[in-house]
Design a protein around this ligand. Sequence first.
Ligand SMILES: [Zn+2]
Length: 197
Amino acid sequence: MKTLMAGYARFREGYWHRHQEIFAELALKGQAPGALVIACSDSRVSPEVIFDVAPGEIFVIRNVSNLVPPYAPDTGNHGTSAALEFGVTALKVRAIVIVGHSQCGGIRALMTGPSGSHGDFIESWMSIAHPARARVCDAPDAPGDFDAMCHQCEHESIRVSLGNLLTFPWIKSRVDEGSLTLAGMHFNVQTGTLKEI
Ligand SMILES: [Zn+2]
């Protein structure tokens, strides 16, 4: 907590001071971010830091392993789907970018398989990426090295999520009419490089 409050003090002195006009305008006019970014909750992968954007520029969804579930308009508490709906239908973002990353703990857990010590939510959530795991494990040229398989699965899970985005009717229609673009990217934590997949 001390670390957080010390950071807040620095924010008030520095960042806030430099951006207070932007914050005041955003408070007055509301937000109009151009892009929606879906990233992992991982502490090393902050979209605002990686894309070096000002306040109000990106609408961010973060969850375990930057996954997008398929469209399922039922009574479940779909946090990611609700944020997608708001970003696309209310804010009318013009791009959705999924940012995966290296050394993703959720993907490693998925590739390891059921551990016997199940939590309450993570295993069910990660089942969204089961098709990615299957693509990696069932490929005839699958690497024998576990780290390499995890790396491949990080990429495949982004592709699965890109496909799932198109199951949302209000995303599919905007992509088809050309008012919304979708992209997948992979961030290398060690080198700080971002590659489109
Ligand atoms: Zn991750």
